[in-house]
Design a protein around this ligand. Structure first.
Ligand code: NAD
Length: 473
């Protein structure tokens, strides 16, 4: 059991080697209260909140430039802390994070208010104002990228932001805060508070000074945070949470050949399947199910399992032993209940301390099994078959989650019917995609609450609407 004393220190182990990447002080409730107070004073001073918006943009654009300068270091920090393949961090997480900061810097002065169509004796204006002190609580699977999705719009809008990175992955957020200072961001506008969820996270969720909190993480924690906000100051809460996303393959999907298989592999195994939008449920028309399974398992066997620091590696270790136990336990339980398990297992010579789990496909899983219903957060996908479009939509929607989905077909009518019929925040057609920085990203059902990330929609999380009513006399 974690004692109160041991919670004052945060140890950040490398999931591959077991060695310590860092030992940091963990923020206590008092630290959070002090940081919130300082953030409030800085906000009220206007040094950032009332800075002309183009000057705020300039600072954030400088920050994006500094991130580019330190891109390799940022990639290494996330790869070492999260066990993510370095090639993913170099080509996905870090460029995505830089793009987010730059895009929101450039969007900052394009958020307009409105004039309401009132009578001619009055003028009804709606303007968007920054909220004040705001907070972000982050997951470990995309440490820098998720930080940047929140830092970009929160700071562009003029807020003072408190960031709590996940226990396992605080270093890229800390480095980002250093770069922000170098870019000219005033002290106290961006404060990174490494710490434990139940201590640092709870203190943020219950802080009376925090006016809005944006969370990315598990559905269970999201529920807790919403309750904490309701019990305290009704801070505005937005939650980006888990998923159990379907990949729907209609009868003609194999027309896409290798593009289909590559897209499915990426959806299933990016970040070892520890990905909120992982396409963890393959739903395939029964006429092509055998072919798809054969081609998919061959491609999964070709993935290189190894040291995440090696640029050739596709599959690194899971974040920790507990994750391994959860994934292995669910697969073993399904096997015991009659499911078929398709995997090539692990190669020899892997780093012995890493919690490696091989890419795995589960077929014939019982309807209520954990592999089909729970977010496993590992490199495991299920495969189910359907005989009609109606059945495909019903299977796709047979989950409490609603984050993402992909649909593969050359039939445009069917694609549109599926895209409209599937209950998810993002449906991609003939690709595995979350769109890009210009498109909103947010889950439905138990995957999301209260707001979207990315695109100009993200400003709704970090600003509030004020009506100014002017009456002529
Ligand atoms: P988690 O919920 O365990 O932790 C997320 C964050 O919440 C961490 O910083 C943690 O310290 C903090 N936390 C934990 N308990 C808390 C509490 N009581 N009060 C306040 N904060 C608390 O999730 P995780 O394991 O870090 O991340 C994996 C989850 O994140 C998965 O479910 C995944 O689907 C989800 N995720 C969602 C998205 C999305 O955009 N929808 C993106 C990435 C990850």
């Amino acid at each position: 059991m974690t004692t109160v004393e041991s919670r004052s220190v945060l140890r950040v182990p490398n999931p591959t080697t077991g060695e310590l990447n860092a030992t940091l002080p963990a923020a206590t409730a008092e630290d959070v209260a002090k940081a919130a107070e300082q953030a409030r004073q800085v906000f009220d001073s206007g040094v950032w909140s009332r800075l002309p918006v183009r000057e705020r943009s300039a600072v954030l654009l400088r920050l994006a430039g500094l991130m580019e300068r330190d891109a390799e270091l940022l990639a290494r920090l996330d790869s070492e802390d999260a066990g993510k393949p370095i090639s993913e961090c170099r080509t996905g997480d870090v460029p995505g994070a830089i793009e987010s900061i730059r895009w929101f810097a450039e969007a900052a002065d394009k958020v307009f208010g409105r004039v309401a169509p009132t009578g001619s004796d009055s003028l009804g204006l709606t303007i968007r104002e920054p909220i004040g002190v705001v907070a972000a609580i982050l997951p470990w699977n995309y440490p820098l990228a998720m930080t940047a999705w929140k830092v970009g719009p929160a700071l562009a809008a003029g807020n003072s932001l408190l960031v709590k990175p996940a226990e396992a992955t605080p270093r890229s957020a800390l480095h980002l805060a250093g770069l922000a200072a170098e870019a000219g961001l005033p002290d106290g506008v961006l404060t990174v508070l490494p710490g434990y969820g139940p201590v640092t996270g709870t203190a943020l969720a219950r802080s009376p000074l925090v006016g809005a909190l944006s969370f990315t993480g598990s559905t269970a924690t999201g529920r807790r945070i919403l309750k904490d906000a309701a019990e305290t100051n009704f801070k505005r809460v937005s939650l980006e949470m888990g998923g159990k996303s379907p990949q729907v393959l209609m009868a003609d999907a194999l027309a896409y050949g290798d593009d289909l298989i590559d897209g499915m592999i990426e959806a299933a195994f990016l970040t070892m399947g520890q990905n909120c939008t992982a396409g963890s449920r393959i739903l395939v028309h029964r006429s092509i199910a055998d072919d798809v399974l054969a081609r998919f398992t061959v491609a999964a066997r070709e993935l290189v399992i190894g040291d995440p620091a090696d640029p050739r590696t596709h599959i690194g270790p899971l974040i920790d032993r507990a994750a391994f136990d959860r994934v292995a336990g669910a697969v073993e339980a399904a096997r015991a209940d009659g499911a078929h398990i398709h995997t090539a297992g692990l190669p020899d010579g892997l780093p012995p301390r890493g919690a490696y789990y091989p890419p795995t496909v589960v077929t014939h899983a019982p309807e209520d099994s954990d592999v089909l219903t729970k977010e496993l957060f590992g490199p495991v996908v299920t495969l189910q078959t359907f005989a009609s479009e109606t059945e495909a939509i019903a299977l796709a929607n047979a989950t409490a989650y609603g984050l993402a989905a992909s649909v593969w077909t050359r039939d445009l009518d069917a694609a549109l019917r599926l895209a409209r019929g599937i209950q998810a925040g993002v449906v991609s057609v003939n690709s595995y995609s979350e769109g890009d920085i210009t498109t909103p990203f947010g889950g439905w059902k138990e995957s999301g609450f209260g707001g979207a990330e990315k695109s100009t929609n993200a400003f709704e999380q970090w600003t509030r609407v004020k009506t100014i009513w002017i009456r002529s006399r």
